[in-house]
Design a protein around this ligand. Structure first.
Ligand SMILES: Nc1ncnc2c1ncn2[C@@H]1O[C@H](COP(=O)(O)OP(=O)(O)OP(=O)(O)O)[C@@H](O)[C@H]1O
Ligand SMILES: [Mg+2]
Length: 239
């Protein structure tokens, strides 16, 4: 069987792509599939196959029916032809509908030798939280393993509530990352993959030793924290 990890959450800006980048760091051999209105993981070059979804996905879902579903055909075909453990970053407003399509194709995917894991990222925002049980319920029909990351970027969740929402999943947590402004800009531009390649000398020359080393420390910590948060999912993916 070839494994595919779907990273999903219909709410935007919760850290799905950051989690995908973390998985890409932990599993350097894994190709990525990016499904979004615009391509983000440019730093990973040819490792990423990008599939564009229209940004007004919600309106499409309400009105589109079969046509909306057919939009996923190239994504489905790409996943079905995977030969290596694959990371799938699913953009906002797309997760529930893509999961439903995949659930309907369960037997065909099994026949094609594809096994799915699902990684739901959530923050404490009500919109993101409300989405978690819905996504996990759809995934229950076909996913061999389900993971949840609590991203504390918007505050911490009540642990009991989280345990209830994420019951029967493997739960991990990502703390809020407080970053030097320049470090945030480097992360924005180059993702996690750029961090190991940072030139300490050049940074110190540009920003001074104090800020230069802070930028490197901040970024090294972000990279490690994200890799830690995705580790259970990564271990399943390569097992
Ligand atoms: N724990 C965190 N601490 C600080 N910043 C974070 C954290 N998690 C995510 N971010 C930042 O928040 C922004 C949004 O994250 P990201 O792009 O991964 O979200 P997304 O869910 O993929 O968004 P979209 O729905 O638009 O695809 C990024 O700039 C990311 O670096
Ligand atoms: Mg994203």
């Amino acid at each position: 069987m070839t494994k595919a990890m779907l990273i999903i959450q219909d709410k935007g800006g919760v850290g799905k792509t950051l989690a995908a980048r973390g998985l890409a760091e932990v599993v350097p051999a894994a190709p990525l599939i990016e499904v979004d209105s615009s391509q983000r993981m440019l730093e990973l070059g040819k490792r990423v196959k990008f599939f564009q979804m229209r940004a007004d996905r919600e309106a499409i879902e309400r009105t589109g029916g079969a046509a909306a579903r057919a939009e996923f055909d190239p994504v489905i075909d790409a996943i079905a032809s995977a030969t290596l453990p694959t990371i799938v970053d699913v953009g906002a407003n797309t997760g529930a509908s893509l999961l439903t399509v995949i659930a309907d194709l369960g037997e065909d995917f099994s026949a094609a030798g594809i096994e799915f894991g699902v990684l739901v990222v959530t923050t404490a925002e009500p919109g993101a939280l409300a989405c978690v049980p819905k996504l996990l319920a759809i995934a229950e029909h076909f996913a061999a393993a389900r993971f949840v990351i609590e991203n504390r970027v918007a505050g911490e969740l009540d642990p009991r509530m989280l345990a209830k929402i994420a019951a029967d999943t493997t739960l991990a947590c990502l703390r809020n990352q407080v970053l030097d402004e320049q470090a945030a800009a480097i992360l924005q531009a180059g993702g996690l993959a750029s961090i190991q390649k940072l030139d300490a000398k050049a940074l110190n020359a540009k920003f001074g030793i104090a800020q230069g080393s802070r930028i490197r420390r901040d970024l090294a910590r972000v990279r490690l924290d994200v890799m830690q948060a995705v580790r259970p999912a990564a271990e399943w993916l390569v097992a």
